[in-house]
Structures are given as structure tokens and as C-alpha cells.
Design a protein around this ligand. Structure first.
Ligand code: DGJ
Length: 380
């Protein structure tokens, strides 16, 4: 009897290891989230693309600590039909063992996002790219393309966007300002004012604008935008991509100049555009931010911290940093996706998914230990 109980117990454990999470139709923000391979979902700073009935989650595929000081081997991918259970699809963009390429082991690949181009039938991936051995100095964006959603993606190149182009919302007078960094003390009120007025924008005009934390957004008319922290992380740039999504059209705007936003995530509801973002405190969480505009390349108005709840949660965005807002297919319901970073072991960073709720017509986020999609049934 004892032995048969042991046998049943072992079979049950084996089953749960092979099919973890089966039957668990809940999100548990901050818990480990095993995929079909039994391992915690290893895509961070990521985003989700819905395609032909499945959700595809792309993100930083992190390596275990101290893997010869290489933190990532590329961009990982998982897929799901129901958002609760995820199948590991492998590494979609593999960093090649090629020392002649900018994409080489030891470089930084962060916050990758993938979009689908209906005209070309291709999947286009953009990611924040820092060069090997240069910390976060290069501030570039990389692009890769594939005929198949899960990859393999072919790396095209990395660049600094919009070289030789002025933003649409930067006046002729501002363009001809001759003030430079040399005469200013960093972080002084004068420095801040100069930064707000485009000190770094003008400095980088010829070589191209800095691009760090990034996301992509495809509008209903098929136009796509690359949104990134620029100007030493002090100002966001919203840049239109070319029709094939592989390059920059040259049209762009500065958003919230001098407000130091990172981690942008864009979504659209009833014709209005919304953004969640964070402040700039490295891997440590900080108070979330939100903003709104009636035109993607228009006037973005700050809406304040979207987090609701106790002080600790509001001050730390539930100990997370935004990465994407997922629109649930066929609905106007949205999920906030954030990363609870573990800088000492990035592979174990946790996923914070919470429903986007609406308060006086504005998006807010509240904490739930456990929740599921039925929360949206009251708003359709
Ligand atoms: C904050 C960014 O949002 C992250 O993606 C990462 O680049 C860290 N900084 C690195 O400190």
C-alpha cells in the first residue's frame, strides 16, 4: 500500500514537472512562472505580438549568473493561446560567435520587441543594443528580420536614429542655440534647463540620436513607431519607421523633454494614446508614470503615477518597471507587463502582470496576488 502510494505520488510529481501549471488559469505576479519546459519564463524587458491565434512573447533571454560575464545569448520567444500557459519556442535572435559583428557575445541586448509588417509579410525585431566593453555608452538600436515569427531572425545592423534630422517639434530658433555642455555644471538648474531645451539633441544631430530603453507601437493605419529614451535618458523620442519597418522615416518628436523617462510602453484605447513609463534608477524600481495624447506624434500630457494601493507599491510600481502593455486580442482590455529585476541573477527576474483598470477615464494599475482574465468581464 505504502509503495503504491509512493508510485502514484512520483507519477504526479513527474506529470507536474512535464506539464507545469496545467489547469492554473491565473496570473500570480512575482511568482516563478514555469513554461512548457518546466523553467521560469526567460524573456525579460519584452513584449508580445498576437499572430494567427497565438500570443508570442519576446524578450531578453538571460544566461545564468557568471556565464563568462556574458549576460545574454539573444532574444528568446515563448508562445501561448491563453496567456496562462507558455510554450518555449527557443532563441529567435541568437547572438553569433562573430567578433567582426557588432552583435557579438558580451554586448547588451535589451527590451526587444517584434512587430509584423502586413505589406512585406515579414516580422521585424528592434532592440536596445550596447556594444561589447562599452557599458551603456553606444546607445544604439538594432534591427533584425525574419519570415517566420519564431525566427531565426537575421540581424541587419544597429544605428543611432535620425542622424541629420530635427524633430518636428523643435523650432528653428532652438536649432540654432549654441550653448554647449562645457559651460554647465551637471545636474545644476541651468544644466537641466539646457537639457530640456535640447543640449544633447543638438550635440547628436549629425551622428544620430541616442537610443536606449525602447518599445515599438503599430497604429491602426499600419504606421509603426520606435519609441526610445534619448538625449542621455532625459527625453523620449517617438520616431516613425519606414513602411517596411526596417528604418527611420526621419519624422520624429521629442516627448516630455527633460523628464527622464525610461521603459516606455504604449497603448491605444478609443482613439487616444497612452503611455506607461518609469524614472531612471537603473535596475531599482521607482514610481511609475503615465501620459496621454490624442495624436501619436502630438502633445503628450503627463497624467502622473498610475499605481494605486499602499505607499510601497505606489512608490515602486509594485516593485517593477514597465516593459509592455498587452492588448487582449479582439477587446479593448489591456495588461500591464513589468519586470521585477534581479540584477544579481537577471534570469530569475519576475514578471509582474496586472490588469489595466480605468478611473475617471484614466488608466490605473492595482495589485492582485492572483487574478485572471475574468476581471475584464465587467468592462467590454
Ligand atoms: C534601466 C533600464 O530600464 C533597463 O532596461 C536596464 O537598461 C537597466 N536600466 C540597466 O541598469
Amino acid at each position: 500500500m505504502k509503495n503504491s502510494f509512493k508510485l502514484i505520488f512520483s507519477i504526479a510529481i513527474a506529470f507536474l514537472t512535464v506539464f507545469p501549471g496545467k489547469g492554473q488559469n491565473n496570473f500570480e505576479p512575482g511568482a516563478t512562472w514555469p513554461a512548457s519546459d518546466g523553467k521560469h519564463i526567460n524573456v525579460h524587458g519584452g513584449g508580445i505580438l498576437f499572430y494567427h491565434g497565438r500570443y508570442y512573447w519576446f524578450g531578453e533571454h538571460r544566461l545564468p549568473k557568471n556565464t563568462e560575464k556574458v549576460q545574454t545569448d539573444g532574444v528568446g520567444c515563448y508562445s501561448s493561446k491563453d496567456l496562462y500557459h507558455w510554450k518555449y519556442e527557443g532563441v529567435s535572435l541568437m547572438i553569433p560567435n562573430d567578433t567582426t559583428s557588432l552583435l557579438t557575445p558580451g554586448c547588451v541586448v535589451e527590451r526587444p520587441k517584434v512587430i509584423y509588417n502586413k505589406k512585406t509579410g515579414k516580422f521585424v525585431m528592434w532592440f536596445h543594443h550596447e556594444l561589447k566593453g562599452q557599458g551603456y555608452k553606444a546607445a544604439m538600436t538594432g534591427v533584425a528580420v525574419s519570415n517566420k515569427i519564431t525566427g531565426p531572425y537575421r540581424y541587419i545592423h544597429s544605428l543611432r536614429p535620425n542622424a541629420g534630422q530635427w524633430p518636428l517639434n523643435y523650432s528653428k530658433e532652438q536649432q540654432s542655440d549654441t550653448l554647449t555642455e562645457r559651460s554647465l555644471k551637471k545636474w545644476s538648474p541651468e544644466w537641466k534647463e539646457a537639457v530640456k531645451n535640447g543640449l544633447f539633441l543638438r550635440r547628436d544631430f549629425e551622428g544620430g540620436q541616442m537610443a536606449r530603453d525602447m518599445t515599438l507601437f503599430v497604429d491602426d493605419n499600419g504606421k509603426a513607431y520606435h519609441i526610445h529614451s534619448s538625449e542621455e535618458n532625459q527625453t523620449l523620442h517617438f520616431s516613425e519607421l519606414t513602411d517596411d519597418y526596417l528604418g527611420f522615416s526621419g519624422l520624429y518628436i521629442r516627448v516630455l523633454p527633460g523628464d527622464a523617462n525610461e521603459a516606455p510602453a504604449i497603448f491605444k484605447k478609443e482613439g487616444k494614446y497612452y503611455m506607461f513609463s518609469s524614472g531612471t534608477t537603473g535596475w531599482a524600481p521607482n514610481p511609475g508614470r503615465s501620459a496621454m495624447s490624442s495624436d501619436i506624434l502630438g502633445n503628450w500630457v503627463p497624467l502622473g503615477n498610475p499605481c494605486r494601493g499602499n505607499e510601497k507599491n505606489v512608490k515602486t510600481t509594485f516593485a517593477s518597471q514597465s516593459t509592455h502593455v498587452l492588448q487582449i486580442n479582439g477587446t479593448e482590455n489591456f495588461i500591464y507587463m513589468g519586470d521585477r529585476w534581479k540584477p544579481e541573477e537577471l534570469i530569475d527576474s519576475r514578471h509582474i502582470w496586472l490588469p489595466v483598470e480605468w478611473e475617471d477615464g484614466l488608466p490605473v494599475i492595482k495589485w492582485y496576488d492572483k487574478w485572471n482574465l475574468s476581471i475584464f468581464s465587467y468592462e467590454k
